[in-house]
Write a protein that binds this ligand. Structure first.
Ligand SMILES: [Zn+2]
Length: 116
């Protein structure tokens, strides 16, 4: 297993996440469409912030079950937090924020979030 480094654009939010990125989820729901994020889901304990948690800004909407975190300085959305279907805490990492990632090499899966 590898450890990935990620950050927002300005560096106010930095994190490490354990695991191998096998694919990115492109979702067409109202927020993912606008953010253009490519999501990779990991158990929440696999993600460690190396900058203060209090530096995260958080947006919620609809059922408020997902916390969409973003950087209040540069506006980039590095990850969100929610729960897996089984209730375990998970993080949805925006792999566009992973350092040095070869995005062309990551298979993209499309998810029809708009229909949910
Ligand atoms: Zn930033």
């Amino acid at each position: 297993m590898t450890t990935q480094q990620g950050s927002c654009h300005c560096g106010r939010i930095k994190f490490e996440v354990d695991g191998d990125i096998d694919s990115g989820l492109s979702c067409n729901c109202s927020i993912c469409q606008r953010k253009g994020s490519l999501l990779w889901f990991v158990p929440r304990p696999a993600l460690r912030l190396s900058t203060p948690e209090s530096d995260l800004a958080t947006y919620t909407f609809n059922h408020h079950v997902i916390q969409h975190h973003f950087c209040p300085t540069c506006g980039i959305h590095p990850f969100g937090e929610g729960k897996m279907p089984n209730g375990e805490p998970m993080a949805a990492v925006n792999i566009r924020c992973i350092e040095g990632i070869d995005l062309e090499a990551v298979p993209v899966k499309h998810y029809d979030g708009r229909a949910k």
